[in-house]
Design a protein around this ligand. Structure first.
Ligand code: FMN
Length: 190
């Protein structure tokens, strides 16, 4: 069995039952010398090999992932009493994949993605608002090109863990490890 198919099913169920942000996941990255950082991002798809998300390549997470290309994510779906964890190596999506996703975003999101130097200090939000207005005028009637500093990452799953809430804290934890191309299940104590 491929646990990513079940993971994708859990995300689909969360899209129905979770009131807000079913795709939100905590993403952990670390510097080359192993100092961790974590923040929420949106999962934009789970396939049979892993999952994808989009961000600024020069953001803190982008710089950390480029220097140390490994990530861990965790979803929590309170409505379902479930947690899903995925770990593995990370790579950038192709330019074509990032372009395809970028072109489907609302225009306002495209523009803010283009003007925001994500994770860098700024003098004020007004500065970004002005740049947003300027870019909106400059590209009137035309597509906004994807900035080269913005795009997707793919986390190739090597570990997947399904956590299901149980009575009296006897939660079920099923961990899957990819070993030699084969997924191996293990039941873990809660
Ligand atoms: C629910 C939620 C979803 C978010 N989704 C994204 C996302 O998909 N991509 C992204 O770059 N930032 C997203 N953010 C903002 C990040 O949490 C973070 O502030 C930003 O990416 C900068 O992080 P960094 O400085 O660690 O790189 C989201 C925040 C929240 C609260």
């Amino acid at each position: 069995m491929n646990p990513l198919l079940r993971a994708s099913g859990w995300l689909d169920e969360a899209r129905v039952s979770e009131e807000r942000e079913p795709e939100a996941m905590a993403l952990a990255a670390a510097t080359a010398d192993g100092r961790p950082s974590v923040r929420m991002v949106l999962c934009r798809g789970i396939d049979s090999r892993g999952l994808r998300f989009f961000t600024g390549y020069e953001s803190r997470k982008g710089r950390e992932l480029d220097a140390n290309p490994h990530a861990a994510v965790a979803f929590h779906w309170a409505s379902l009493g479930r947690q899903l964890r995925v770990e593995g190596p990370v790579s950038r999506l192709s330019g074509a994949d990032s372009d395809a996703y970028f072109q489907g975003r609302p225009r306002g999101h495209q523009i803010s993605g283009a003007v925001s130097p994500q994770s860098r200090p700024i003098a004020s939000l007004d500065e970004l608002r002005q740049q947003t207005a300027e870019l909106t005028r400059r590209f009137e009637g035309r597509d906004i090109p994807r900035p080269v500093t913005w795009g997707g990452y793919f986390i190739e799953a090597r570990v997947v863990e399904f956590w299901t809430r149980g009575d009296d804290r006897l939660h079920e934890r099923q961990r899957w490890d990819l070993e030699g191309g084969v997924w191996k299940p293990t039941l873990l104590a809660p």
